[in-house]
Design a protein around this ligand. Structure first.
Ligand code: GDP
Length: 721
């Protein structure tokens, strides 16, 4: 019996895969995805039923026709009419993505672009709209949302207060400000509180959401953005190059693509964007910076080598980011290629081929011989269609920096992946810590262009600094506004420079659970042998409660690497090492990123600690670190100051404020703090071995010649067991 795939059938009917799947579902035929197959019989049944419905619905449709559109559709007619119309209405037409009627043209449409509309204050528009018709007194405001760059005037407007009133209040609070001055966000929040209003600060990116969902009527389909991942030497780079060279629709060619960080491939059915840096490290470090740019991951697995450690890592990184995976089984030209084994091995990681009843699309390819590439691209477009990727081209552009560098002739050059809106030459923008105005745009073929629509990688000239990959790029109303926001960000950055981001730790888990910040504890498990990983994961998952679910997002054999830390940082996870140690670079990165690494050698201790942490019973463990030793050579009683021990430092150092103990004949007679430390008449912070000094002990006078003062500190240590 012949079987046909859903997407082929959808093409035949001239409707989208999603619609067709829905139609089948209505007829009681459950199909998993567009790649599922349907037999002849089912198709015949489907065609007959829809025909029958078509006939049945005719009179209904006529009556619907007479009713003016959008006014009063009789609800009863809807379910009958819909399927018929979708099948019949578009039958025979070539396969096209759904909302073709949307104007894809992305010319600047001044009427619809919110050019003059002030982004701030948010509540104001809503409030005014509500208040205007009735001219009633506005109800008291209790909460407002403020931008990260707010001026005194804007704050006053948000609070529905006169600027002068707010300025007076600020002066009373000790801040001499002018009306157009940018306010520190903390001060803005405090001032709002003075007026009895709770203020919440939202970042520029939060103000304008990147994702255009179905609710945005102006959103049109956009090409998918793809990252290629897989084990080293499995052919990621060659695949990227092979795709770059081929499958370019005539006329689009215009030369070979440049390496600008991403490139776009145009096919008859649509376009696909590929990010140039393959591998999960780059993918996750972007994500750790808050950027979500990849829509689909292509997992390359060499058919002669099979599933390898980095294949598994790539799967887990993609899963943690909730990005769908398409598997490209590569090197099928090699005689030892075993595509079935790859399929079999990947089932263990939840990637079950659709031909085996699963959900994952597998495509056999050879990057070297350029085999199967068209099918891979076709599958990417299908997956994109299923994901219903959309963006509104008629608003201010928003995107992410993929690469940035200093070019000798052109100044700072950044590649931006436009994710929503349309970017135009001369747009004002904020990018990370910098503001600027677009001086020129170049596409991935080096052509000068004037506009860039969603899912377009584009080189931007006009940056005032070099942003980092993953920084958000947001167009704003004017340069002044861009400058204000950049200024506010730079100020904040200076303040925050040294504090690592606030990430989840085992120690703070309970507090975060209680505050409702944590509903799930994500864990990355690294161990010396595979068996331990499974045992640890199983034991930990049993600890899940109704309040907190424990979810292991990655587990593999080996030391803790930078890539593990990046994944933890991007996913707000903790790392558990079982009989393994972190690499030096990973330790440094973990400190910078604020990622919690916990090392164990006994499973039950690990389980006990996680359990205790969840209940808030985990006691921090301190370790004593020896600092120095001093001999008391003389004792001085000084009025108003008290008893001072004249000491000689024999070892290490003494530090003011450090913990210490006084030892007499090998017996500890005092434990406390070095309250004062002096060299001659001066207060000092530290004295090192070989020098004399005066030490005063907190609340202790009974010091005798010959006593020994041992100085130490307490360091919080990571639990190890
Ligand atoms: P990456 O580390 O995943 O980027 O792998 P590369 O793209 O650098 O490829 C590694 C090696 O595999 C290179 O020598 C490629 O020429 C070779 N290679 C890649 N794809 C194929 C293929 O389809 N067939 C064969 N025979 N060799 C391939």
């Amino acid at each position: 019996m012949a079987r046909v795939r859903v997407y082929e059938l959808a093409k035949r009917f001239g409707i989208t895969n999603k619609k067709l799947l829905e139609e089948f579902r209505k007829l009681g035929v459950e199909l998993k995805s567009h790649a599922s197959t349907v037999d002849d019989e089912t198709i015949a049944l489907f065609v007959n039923l829809t025909k029958k419905k078509d006939e049945d619905s005719k009179p209904v449709k006529q009556s619907v026709k007479s009713i003016p559109a959008k006014t009063a559709k009789p609800p009863a007619a809807k379910p009958v009419k819909k399927p018929v119309e979708t099948i019949r209405g578009k039958a025979g037409k070539p396969f096209v993505a759904k909302p073709v009627k949307q104007p894809v043209k992305t010319m600047r449409d001044k009427s619809t672009r919110p050019v003059k509309k002030k982004i701030l204050p948010k509540h104001k528009t809503a409030k005014n709209e509500a208040a205007k018709p009735e001219q009633v007194k506005t109800p008291a405001i209790t909460s407002i949302k403020l931008s990260e760059a707010v001026t005194v005037k804007e704050l006053a407007e948000s609070l529905s207060q006169k600027s002068n009133t707010v300025i007076k209040k600020l002066i009373n609070m000790g801040h001499l400000v002018s009306i157009n001055q940018l306010l520190d966000v903390d001060i803005a929040v405090k001032t709002a509180k003075e007026f009895g209003v709770e203020a919440q600060i939202i970042s520029l990116e939060q103000e304008i959401p990147v994702e255009d969902t179905g609710s945005d009527e102006q959103a049109v389909p956009r090409p998918p953005v793809v990252t290629i991942m897989g084990h080293v030497d499995h052919g990621k780079t060659l695949l990227l190059d092979a795709i770059r060279m081929t499958n370019v629709v005539d006329g689009e060619a215009g030369g070979i693509t440049q390496h600008i960080g991403a490139y776009k491939v145009a096919l008859k059915e649509g376009k696909v964007v590929f990010l140039d840096t393959p591998g999960h490290e780059a993918f996750t470090s972007m994500r750790a910076r808050g950027a979500k740019i990849t829509d689909i991951v292509v997992l390359v697995v060499a058919a002669d080598d099979g599933v390898m450690p980095q294949t598994i890592e790539a799967i887990n990184h993609a899963k943690a980011a909730q990005v769908p995976i398409i598997v490209a089984v590569n090197k099928i030209d090699k005689p030892e290629a075993d595509t079935d084994r790859v399929r079999q091995d990947l089932t263990k990681y939840g990637l079950v081929p659709e031909e085996w009843g699963g959900q994952t699309i597998f495509v056999d390819i050879s990057a070297k011989q350029k085999m199967g590439l068209e099918r891979l691209l076709e599958m990417l477009l299908l997956e994109a269609e299923m994901l219903e990727l959309k963006a509104n081209p008629k608003k201010f552009a928003q995107g992410t920096i993929i690469e940035a560098r200093l070019d000798k002739g052109r100044g700072s050059v950044g590649t931006v992946l436009v994710q929503s809106g349309t970017l135009h030459v001369s747009d004002a923008f904020v990018c990370g810590l910098y503001s600027g105005r677009v001086r020129a745009l170049f596409d991935d073929r080096g052509n000068k262009i004037n506009t860039a629509a969603p899912s377009t990688p584009v080189e931007v000239l006009g940056l005032t600094g070099i942003p980092q990959a993953g920084d958000a790029f947001v167009v704003v109303a004017n340069e002044r506004r861009a400058h204000q926001i950049a200024q506010a960000r730079q100020q904040k950055q200076r303040e925050q420079n040294l504090t690592p981001p606030n990430r989840i730790t085992l120690e703070d888990l309970h507090k975060q659970i209680k505050e409702g910040q944590v509903k799930e504890l994500k864990i990355i498990v690294k161990a010396d042998v595979q068996g331990s990983i499974e045992a640890v994961i199983e034991a930990l998952q049993k600890l899940s409660t109704n309040d907190v679910k424990i979810n292991s997002i990655h587990g593999s054999v080996g030391g803790i690497t930078e890539s593990d830390v990046m994944l933890a940082s991007a996913s707000n996870a903790i790392i558990v090492g079982f009989n393994v140690r972190p690499e030096v670079k990973a330790t440094v990165l973990a400190e910078r990123e604020g990622v919690d690494i916990n090392l164990y050698t006994v499973i039950y201790k690990l389980v006990a600690d996680v359990k205790a942490a969840m209940q808030g019973l985990l006691e921090p463990v301190y370790k004593e670190v020896f600092l120095g030793r001093a001999e008391v050579r003389e004792v001085f009683n000084i009025s108003k100051i008290g008893t001072i021990a004249g000491c000689y430092l024999t070892d290490g150092k003494a530090a003011r404020g450090a913990d210490c103990r006084l030892i007499r004949d090998n017996v500890v007679v005092y434990e406390g703090i070095c309250a004062s430390l002096r060299r001659f008449k001066d207060d000092v912070k530290e004295v090192i071995a070989g020098y004399e000094c005066g030490i005063g002990l907190e609340n202790f006078k009974d010091i005798k010649q010959g006593d020994v003062i041992e100085v130490y500190t307490q360091e919080k240590v990571k639990v190890t067991a």
